[in-house]
Design a protein around this ligand. Structure first.
Ligand SMILES: NC(=O)c1ccc[n+]([C@@H]2O[C@H](COP(=O)([O-])OP(=O)(O)OC[C@H]3O[C@@H](n4cnc5c(N)ncnc54)[C@H](OP(=O)(O)O)[C@@H]3O)[C@@H](O)[C@H]2O)c1
Length: 194
């Protein structure tokens, strides 16, 4: 059984971006130490074009070999002409509006999202599934999430895009590793209480 992990950057007050979802202010807080952590422990979470630009494209996947994104998150790559933003993993994009995949490496999941995720989780394999976001996709998959890796940056946004675009429900998690960084970021790992 493979884990579905929501690996996500957020503000102290739990927003993953500004009200439109833009998370650039968090990207700008990544300093050398934090980048080194990402490069060493989660290199696959860097998009392929970012890996090429930073000379990290050769790094082996450490935690994940599969990614699932919502169509709005995928659009960010499409807007800059990148059709396969995580070419070093198996890529799935949830969308009912995209009738055809813009790239042979990207599979569109239009029906039966939860069933597809359960199927991926049931596969054998040492590496897990990276739930990239955004908010609406995470809201749809909240009950399937086995692990949360929350990268909290030392900023307060007041309002913005929530971590989960879902209704009120209490989901219980157990705190695992906590890492702190000089730039003020904290990375907490939680496992789902089952
Ligand atoms: N801070 C971070 O680490 C982080 C990480 C990732 C993303 N983000 C931000 O999140 C923002 C996007 O989030 P978002 O909530 O607007 O959108 P999203 O979750 O990325 O994508 C939503 C879309 O996914 C598709 N979808 C959702 N549930 C589905 C289902 N059950 N079946 C089939 N398709 C489904 C739909 O696509 P269709 O409309 O095509 O049907 C829906 O419009 C971006 O601005 C990005 O910057 C931040």
């Amino acid at each position: 059984m493979r884990k579905l992990t929501y690996f996500i950057a957020c503000s102290i007050d739990g927003f993953i971006g500004d009200p439109s979802g833009d998370a650039q202010m968090m990207v700008e807080m990544v300093d050398e130490e934090f980048f080194d952590f990402l490069r060493t422990e989660y290199p696959e979470t860097l998009p392929t074009h970012g890996r090429r630009a930073t000379g990290t494209d050769h790094l082996a996947n450490q935690k994940f070999d599969t990614i699932i994104q919502g169509r709005a998150s995928y659009d960010i790559a499409l807007e800059i002409g990148v059709t396969s933003p995580y070419a070093h993993m198996r890529e799935y994009v949830a969308s009912r509006s995209l009738k055809e995949s813009p790239d042979p490496h990207v599979e569109i999941v239009s029906d039966g999202l939860v069933g597809k995720v359960r199927e991926l989780k049931a596969e054998d394999g040492e590496l897990g599934i990276y739930l990239c976001g955004g908010s609406r996709l995470a809201g749809e998959l909240v009950d399937e999430i086995d692990e949360l890796v929350v990268k909290t940056y030392p900023i307060v946004l007041g309002s913005g895009m929530p971590m989960f675009g879902s209704g009120f429900a209490i989901g219980e998690f157990t705190l695992g590793e906590v890492r702190t960084f000089k730039n003020g970021a904290i990375v907490r790992t939680y496992s789902r209480k089952r």
